[in-house]
Design a protein around this ligand. Structure first.
Ligand SMILES: Cc1cc2nc3c(=O)[nH]c(=O)nc-3n(C[C@H](O)[C@H](O)[C@H](O)COP(=O)(O)OP(=O)(O)OC[C@H]3O[C@@H](n4cnc5c(N)ncnc54)[C@H](O)[C@@H]3O)c2cc1C
Length: 389
């Protein structure tokens, strides 16, 4: 049985970052077990392949989970904090989203992998950890066993199982006594009541959207909304979807953000007076399918039509499932770990990344958490061994 000082389980964003930091310490023997045949696959796919790695606005309201004070301490300080490991150049867009300047996430996951290996970490592929016993021994699905003084679980969540994240790896921590909080898909398309999306399938519009829960607006986002046969998708929808991860509510769509209801109504009144009628009253103002849906709902009064365009409400009945989601709400109870993410139940057992009950909004918050949590873990382990991060 091969022995390591530190065994990292999962070579995703958090596992690779931890491996790079830890393998800088020459006296440590680092092993990484990865279930798939490649490292960093989800990181490579992130941000439509461009890698939205962090965000300039690190307000704690962008994070969700059962131990937000812990998240605040680890992840709400420096937008570039955990990114030093990439030693890259970064750019931010108008919404504060931070990307690598080359906008190619796959290059970063490759660079992290190569760096960890060059520094001496052994990354073993097609090694699905099936059980971890105290001490530690890790048993893989192929029957192989590895021992280590210290184990870092970085196996991600349950979203999109094609990335080898089907949720089965939570059992590694549960087997050691940890608890799993309820799991929900987040950053995901919304299912809505179909009455008011009739005829809109395939239509895309630039909108502002708000999530209204119990009569209160709890989240707002701008971007595109894409109508589908089950409800709505698109950037703006992903932006507010965390509000609906574990509850239903109302989605309010503002079709013409930046143009007041009064200005819209005045335009429609002028048009009506000069002979526009039927759906032509909205010709060129919104897509004709949206015009039909709005007029069906609001009638012909210019002020009612303007109001409907500014607040087109849809009852949210649920979300699509884990296979469509970008992240998992819930995970291993973050109340069961120290400020450095060491288990309070099992000494020298650590967690980093999405495996914990921590999820972020759309905009780079989840990768930021993966990188910062990996840094916290590496700092603690290296302090124990007298190395530098
Ligand atoms: C399509 C898509 C786009 C995204 N875009 C963004 C974005 O732009 N910005 C952002 O912040 N977030 C984004 N996310 C979310 C982000 O990618 C994840 O939150 C992040 O990758 C989590 O990092 P992680 O290391 O915890 O887990 P992962 O990156 O999921 O890595 C987990 C690793 O563990 C391995 N593994 C699982 N089980 C086992 C086992 N039993 N034994 C051994 N290995 C195992 C897996 O194969 C995988 O390599 C996106 C997610 C998706 C799906």
């Amino acid at each position: 049985m091969k022995n390591y000082d530190v065994l990292i389980v999962g070579a995703g964003a958090a596992g690779l970052a931890a491996a790079c930091r830890l393998s800088r310490c020459e006296k440590l023997k680092i092993g990484v077990l990865e279930a798939s045949e490649r490292a960093g696959r989800k990181l490579a796919a992130s941000g439509n392949g461009q890698g939205n790695l962090s965000n300039l606005d690190l307000d704690i309201s962008h994070y969700h989970g059962g131990n937000l004070p812990l998240v605040q301490k680890i992840a709400c300080n420096d937008p570039y904090g955990g990114l030093d490991i990439l030693d890259c150049l970064f750019v931010s867009d108008g919404r504060g989203r931070i990307y690598p300047s080359g906008r190619q996430a796959s290059a970063l996951s490759e660079a992290l992998y190569v760096t960890a290996e060059k520094q001496g970490a052994e990354i073993l592929f097609n090694k699905r950890a099936a059980a971890v016993s105290r001490g530690f021994t890790v048993l893989c699905a192929d029957g192989s066993r590895y021992s280590a003084d210290c184990v870092v679980l970085c196996t991600g969540g349950k979203a999109q199982k094609q990335y080898f994240t089907d949720g089965s790896a939570y059992s590694l921590a549960v087997g050691l006594g940890h608890t799993l909080t309820p799991l929900f898909p987040s950053l995901v398309q919304l299912k809505t009541d179909k009455t008011h999306i009739k005829g809109l399938k395939g239509v895309r519009a630039d909108c502002a959207v708000s999530a209204v829960v119990d009569g209160r607006t709890v989240k707002r986002a701008e971007g595109d909304v894409i109508f589908t046969d089950y409800g709505v998708s698109g950037n703006a929808v992903f932006g507010v979807s965390p509000a609906f991860a574990s509850q239903t509510g109302v989605l309010s769509i503002e079709f013409l953000p930046g143009i007041s209801a009064d200005k819209i109504a005045a335009t429609l009144e002028r048009r009506a007076a000069s002979g526009f009628f039927g759906e032509n009253i909205l010709a060129g103002i919104v897509h004709s399918a949206i015009a039909r849906a709005v007029l069906r709902r609001a009638g012909s009064s210019p002020s009612a039509v303007a109001e409907c365009l500014k607040n087109y409400t849809l009852e949210v009945t649920g979300t699509l499932g884990f296979d469509s989601a970008q992240v998992t709400r819930g995970g291993i109870n973050a109340g069961e770990v120290s400020e450095k993410l060491e288990s309070k139940l099992v000494k020298n057992l650590y967690f980093a990344g999405e495996i914990l009950d921590v999820d972020g909004d759309c905009g780079g918050y989840n990768l930021h958490w993966a990188f910062e949590s990996a840094r916290a873990v590496a700092e603690d382990i290296l302090a124990k061994y007298g190395g530098k991060v």
